[in-house]
Design a protein around this ligand. Structure first.
Ligand code: PHE
Length: 460
């Protein structure tokens, strides 16, 4: 397929607009609480070091591979594989991505809905000293009506952006939200690192403990890198499909990866000083840490009496913005598929997919206390939300990334891909390194990760 058969389609207004949108997809809940807690539990700065290697050697090459597939074909993931490998089963990889996007959106929206509730709660000053934050959390997440209501509200916000299309929806809103996210993040970092207790918090987060490093930690870093960079399900194929032939894919991929990694690192500079400010240990990660432990500290943030309210609102706003710029990319994948392949209008497609994701998300909204068996699935021992995350946020992405690297490295071929990377200015600085990584290191590392995940699951 050559440039002349590349279908006309809405493009990003500029290279910067694309970088902001793709970074918006990447920076999400996975950065703000995922990365810091995994890092702290796995050797601090030693983990950071391993994570940086995983991102550079495995995440970045797969990111470039997805962007290349997208821009070459100017299609959604299903159409892209059909265009590059006609009369083969490769389109199934795109189909898996569309499905994974809907499933991830379903539970992502539930958690993002809680962050909306928490913006309101912090603004109304609910987190006063001595507030029972565990009870407040179960009042939101454990109450069927509240949890589903906020899940619906967040899904509506997501659709409102995606309905607008690439330029007037996604680009317009990410151009506002990403700078806001960076400003809020920096304000919170400045506040957190100057709290009393910041020193021990930072030490806990960053103390390099190389004795913790083993194969499992390396693989955890790779898995976290895929989720955090939005890889393996075609989000970057889809966003890449809107990149103009004038823009440089190689440097864009570099910027997105650097942006995502910096934000993940900075989030830890907020979380750990804040936890240690009140003399708490980090304990378990995930929603419990953010919604229960962290909120119990908000009221103690100086200056009194407004510090807690202001920084609390900012923190949940940060989570909300990060989640929204990610959820729109999740919805865009399936929307683009319906628009390109089935000729459905963007409006009908985005509302239809969001409705399905909303309904599929209902059991997740009930899985934190509202319905006991969903909160601890019989025979699985996980709640429904965590189960969906494991299947679609981990396995599906890892498998998707494996198939994408095999496809680009061995089936469609690195030569064709390199030609697309060079198409704007004739340059591809890391061509030889990238070809080696995508053909050899990525598949081998990802297969090890899959085997490890399965083995861990069977063992537990
Ligand atoms: N990267 C997002 C995060 O870190 C999650 C995501 C995964 C978004 C896959 C889109 C696709 O939260």
């Amino acid at each position: 397929m050559d440039a002349t058969t590349r279908p006309a389609r809405d493009n990003w207004g500029s290279k910067l607009a694309f970088i902001l949108a793709a970074a918006g997809s990447a920076v999400g809940l996975g950065n703000i609480w995922g990365f810091p807690t995994i890092a702290a539990a796995n050797g601090g700065a030693a983990f950071l070091f391993v994570y940086l290697l995983a991102v550079a050697l495995i995440g970045a090459p797969v990111m470039l591979a997805e962007l290349v597939i997208g821009r070459r074909t100017a299609r959604n993931p299903v159409g892209a594989f059909k265009a590059l490998a006609p009369r083969s089963a490769w389109f199934v990889v795109g189909g898996m991505g569309v499905l994974a996007g809907i499933m991830i959106l379903s539970f992502y929206s539930v958690i993002a809905g809680w962050t909306m509730a928490y913006v309101v709660k912090s603004a109304s000053g609910e987190f006063v000293a001595g507030a029972d934050t565990a009870a407040i959390f179960s009042g939101v997440a454990g109450n069927a009506g509240t949890s589903i209501g906020w899940h619906l509200a967040f899904m509506v916000l997501t659709v409102l952006v995606v309905i607008g299309g690439v330029k007037d929806g996604i680009e317009r809103w990410t151009k506002v939200m990403m700078p806001a996210l960076v400003v809020i993040l920096l304000v919170l970092v400045a506040r957190a690192v100057t709290l009393s207790g910041a020193g021990p918090g930072l030490e806990f987060y960053l103390r390099p403990d190389f004795s913790r490093l083993d194969g499992g930690v390396v693989l955890a870093a790779i898995g976290q890198a895929f989720f955090s960079l939005s890889l393996g399900m075609g989000a970057m194929i889809t966003y890449g499909s809107y990149v103009s032939r004038k823009d440089d894919l190689e440097t864009s991929a570099g910027w997105v990866v650097a942006f995502d990694t910096s934000i993940a690192f900075l989030a830890g500079l907020i979380i750990f000083p804040t936890l240690f400010h009140a003399g708490l240990e980090a304990g378990e990660g995930g929603p419990g840490m953010v919604f229960v432990v962290l909120t119990s500290l908000l009221s103690t943030i100086p200056p009194e009496p407004w510090g807690g309210t202001v920084f609390g609102v900012l923190f949940f706003l940060l989570l909300l913005v990060a989640a929204l710029t990610s959820s729109i990319s999740l919805l865009e994948v399936a929307t683009a598929w319906l628009v390109d392949e089935k000729g459905v209008s963007r409006k009908k497609a985005s509302i239809g997919i969001a409705t399905i994701a909303f309904l599929v998300g209902v059991p997740s909204a009930l899985a934190n206390g509202a319905v006991p068996w969903l909160s601890s699935l019989p025979g699985i021992g996980m709640d429904f939300l965590s189960f969906l995350f494991a299947v679609f946020g981990q396995y599906a992405l890892v498998l998707g990334a494996l198939l994408i690297s095999i496809f680009v490295g061995w089936v469609w071929g690195v030569e064709n891909a390199a030609e697309e990377v060079r198409s704007n200015d004739g340059k591809f600085s890391f061509e030889r390194t990238w070809s080696f990584l995508i053909r050899f290191l990525c598949p081998i590392a990802i297969v090890s990760l899959l085997v490890f995940l399965l083995w861990q699951q069977l063992g537990s």
